[in-house]
Write a protein that binds this ligand. Structure first.
Ligand code: CA
Length: 240
């Protein structure tokens, strides 16, 4: 099946180059030059991946990313004008999956697009397989309980004091990985490799940002974390 890619870029020359190259790779390419147009097309066309420029007239890429994240799950590769750490952190918080700083090589960009689409497909297959296995076992997989925190693997649900939490897919996967390795200090690199599965441009920042989100959801006092503790110079340890 042809994969759909939406390119959001307001620079005409770059937009044209991107569309041309993606089209040549066999993707079904959609294009938008403003944030509003991007949202409209994304809702209609349901692309498999979005290339999203940050600096756009009117609504910027961060805002587009934030809104899309609430509505759909797909890889978002952001295009930033400068190698700015602040941009990266803000972008990750908005839910972007990867970054490319302009100017970038087209070959590198196409490789990232391919890798993100492949990763997304693998995750979907894994989730589907897990759901299938769970159907067979009729939800027999025992939930993991840590006080009032329950990770229900069969239902792919996390509850805190009996209330189901709204976790993003990556937050859920991170929590399950941490919980399965309870009491063990895990390095950011290891977490990145096991949960994200490949070399991620955001690097250990990605792990930190997701841990922060998780803490806000599962810690009694996120500022003084007791469930997911920081291991200085290493990474994190799940205490339960
Ligand atoms: Ca721009």
């Amino acid at each position: 099946m042809t994969q759909k890619v939406l390119v959001v870029e307001d620079e005409p020359t770059l937009l044209e180059t991107l569309v041309y190259n993606l089209d040549r790779q066999g993707y079904e390419v959609y294009q938008a030059t403003t944030g509003r147009e991007a949202l409209h097309i994304a809702r209609q066309a349901r692309p498999d991946l979005i290339l999203l420029d940050i600096m756009l007239p009117g609504m910027d890429g961060f805002e587009v990313c934030r809104i899309l994240r609430q509505e759909m799950s797909l890889p978002i590769l952001m295009l930033t004008a400068r190698d700015d750490e602040v941009d990266k952190v803000v972008g990750l918080e908005m839910g972007a999956d990867d970054y490319m700083t302009k100017p970038f090589s087209m070959r590198e960009l196409l490789a990232r697009v391919k890798a993100l689409l492949r990763r997304d497909r693998l995750i979907r297959e894994e989730i589907a397989a897990e759901a299938g296995a769970n159907d067979v076992e009729a939800g027999q997989a025992p939930p993991m309980s840590f006080g009032d925190l329950v990770i229900d693997l069969a239902r792919r649900e996390v509850r805190l004091a009996e209330e189901a939490l709204r976790l993003k897919p990556k937050e859920y996967e991170l929590l399950v990985f941490l919980a399965r390795n309870r009491g063990i200090a895990l390095s950011r690199d290891l977490i990145l490799e096991r949960v994200w599965g490949w070399e991620h441009d955001g690097g250990s920042r990605t792990v930190d940002v997701h841990v922060r989100w998780l803490r806000e959801k599962i810690e009694p006092d996120p500022a003084n974390a007791s469930r997911i503790v920081t291991v200085r110079g290493i990474g994190y340890r799940f205490e339960g």
